[in-house]
Design a protein around this ligand. Structure first.
Ligand code: ADP
Ligand code: ASP
Ligand code: MG
Length: 287
């Protein structure tokens, strides 16, 4: 059987309503690895959990009261867990986060908690095993992934017939400190997992129908691209198309893993397929 890695972005996990779409998508047998972001915006002027966590860190590190953003975060997770009927000890989880903020605020640790809490709740909801990426994702202080070391740890954690939910956006240094990628970095987690699992496909589920020639939320004239090469995708991402983090591409290209960017809320659209040059040449030959 094929193995797919399916990453869901913040808008796809903004509340229980969106997470129920994810449940339906994750039920396909090939989708053995689900990678999740922190909850994003539910509506136009809503706040992303990661931004609220940054606010908590900024305030705590200046010894200012952080209870307002902290309580907003807590309430959102309580609402999600309650709506989904999932039993997680959120008081204990938030107690540990508060302790860090009060006594020794650590930026990467605090930021990573958005994805961590998302993943423990969604893993329970989907009846899948939760994997904390700090158990296998080994990163340098500069944020580079050590694939060799990560692969050894990953293989010890997963079995051929297992189904998993993995928190995006972070790993750990060799010393054991939590390390986050740059913003939008859950995309990278998905690509690294696809590489380590030698997946056939990396599905990146987001809130638009795929990659367009311009941001579709800015111009109605934007046209969707059905198929493109890794190079083309990399250049677009590098020049600011935030639909994908550019650092994903190297992990996919080296194992020729097809990337499919598609819309969680519009499954009839196949999205954009990103593949190697050779694949496209073969298609062109076939006509
Ligand atoms: P996610 O939370 O799923 O990771 P992001 O917000 O990071 O989603 O990326 C999706 C957003 O990227 C879209 O809502 C869209 O506004 C924006 N975007 C910018 N450029 C492009 C582009 N060329 N094609 C598609 N989406 C784009
Ligand atoms: N939650 C993180 C961010 O907002 C990572 C991600 O969504 O990919 O940047
Ligand atoms: Mg993103």
């Amino acid at each position: 059987m094929n193995t797919f890695v399916s990453k869901f972005g913040g808008t796809s996990l903004a509340s229980s309503k969106e997470i129920r779409h994810v449940e339906q998508i994750a039920s396909k047998l090939e989708r053995r690895f689900v990678v999740v972001s922190a909850p994003g915006k539910r509506f136009g002027n809503d706040e992303k959990i990661t931004d609220l966590l940054i606010e908590c860190f900024d305030r705590a590190s200046k010894r200012l009261d952080f209870s307002k953003p902290f309580n907003k975060i807590k309430e959102r997770y309580i609402e999600i867990a309650t709506d989904l009927g999932v039993n997680v000890n959120l008081d204990a989880e938030f107690g540990a986060i508060k302790m860090n903020l009060n006594f020794d605020p650590n930026y990467d640790y605090i930021l990573s908690r958005g994805e961590y809490l998302s993943a423990i709740i969604i893993a329970k909801f989907l009846h899948r095993k939760f994997i904390d990426p700090s158990q296998f994702m080994i990163m340098s202080n500069g944020g580079r992934v050590n694939l060799k070391q990560s692969k050894i740890l990953f293989d010890k954690l997963v079995s051929d017939d297992g189904y998993y939910v993995i928190a995006g956006f972070y790993g750990r240094t060799k010393k054991g400190e939590i390390k986050t990628f740059s913003r939008g970095g859950s995309d990278i987690t998905g690509a690294v997992v696809a590489n380590l699992a030698s997946a056939q496909k990396y599905e990146n589920f987001t809130d638009v129908d795929g990659v367009f020639d311009a941001d579709p939320n800015f111009t109605k004239l934007a046209k969707k691209i059905d198929i493109m090469t890794y190079d083309e995708m990399y250049k677009m991402a590098k020049s600011g198309a935030k639909v994908l983090h550019p650092d994903c591409i190297k992990y996919l290209r080296s194992k020729n893993i097809a990337l499919n960017i598609r819309n969680t809320f519009n499954l009839v659209d196949f999205g954009t397929l990103v593949v190697g040059e050779n694949y496209i040449k073969k298609l062109e030959k076939k006509g």
